[in-house]
Write a protein that binds this ligand. Structure first.
Ligand SMILES: [Ca+2]
Ligand SMILES: [Ca+2]
Length: 235
């Protein structure tokens, strides 16, 4: 009975709106045509770990800790925000310690490599509005080893030649929209042959424009900060 009443009242409301000459679409549409909050989805894959922020606000952090060897999962997360987006990323390669090496003391002792790819979809239109590419502003803040012969050391020690490293603190305020990233020119596009994506990468349908990025040295650059601004696309 209740259902029938509701049905009736919905029909009555529609009839009334039609009688008043109001367009039905205007009463049904929930998403504003311009401005206001929009729902987005971000997909990201990193060899080995990333965190994504809109401004200072964390959107998603890789669910597998950076301390995990061989972590090649991807992450997909939804968030609500207004254009323009100010996306900030911390991307990290796995390393056992500040020598920058992994599998230390085994026959596999090596400099691990990195690689990062992401895309953002505007769920109100279904269109991809941002992809990782050469337009990102990136800065390497951890590089190790500075001398690649470290890889062949029998007992590599971080900070002792040839296993010296470079490490900078995250610049103050780097996630703020007005931060000056004009000197951030480490962004380097890499091919899938060099990155050899794995596991979680294949769980995502990537936009064809999305590229693998990292610092200029895919082996020795271990922590990279990246920024990009995403404006509302013209219709
Ligand atoms: Ca590395
Ligand atoms: Ca790696």
């Amino acid at each position: 009975m209740l259902m029938r009443l509701r049905l009736f009242s919905f029909r009555a409301a529609v009839a009334l709106l039609l009688a008043l000459g109001l367009p039905l679409a205007a009463t049904v549409a929930a998403q504003p045509a311009t401005g206001g909050p929009v729902n987005f989805q971000i997909d990201g894959w990193t060899d080995n770990w990333f965190a994504a922020y809109n401004g200072e606000k964390l959107i998603v952090e890789d669910s597998v800790p950076i301390t995990t060897v061989m972590s090649f999962n991807s992450e997909s997360a939804r968030f609500t925000a207004e254009y323009p987006l100010h996306l900030n990323f911390i991307i990290k390669d796995y390393l056992e310690n500040k020598t920058g090496l992994e599998y230390i003391g085994t026959r596999r002792q090596q400099m691990g490599d990195g690689g990062f790819i992401m895309q953002v979809t505007d769920l109100s239109t279904g269109k991809v509005v941002a992809v990782s590419d050469e337009k990102f502003a990136c800065k390497v803040i951890m590089r190790a080893p500075l001398d690649k012969s470290c890889e062949r050391e029998a007992r590599p020690v971080a900070g002792v030649a040839p296993c010296t490293f470079m490490e900078l603190a995250e610049p103050a305020g780097w996630k703020r929209p007005d931060f000056d990233d004009s000197s951030w020119k480490d962004t380097t596009v890499w091919g899938s042959r060099e990155v050899s994506p794995k596991d979680g990468y294949y769980r995502i349908k990537w936009d064809r424009q999305a590229k693998f990025i990292w610092g200029p040295d895919i082996l020795a650059d271990n922590t990279v900060l990246c920024r990009v601004t995403v404006n509302k696309p013209a219709n």
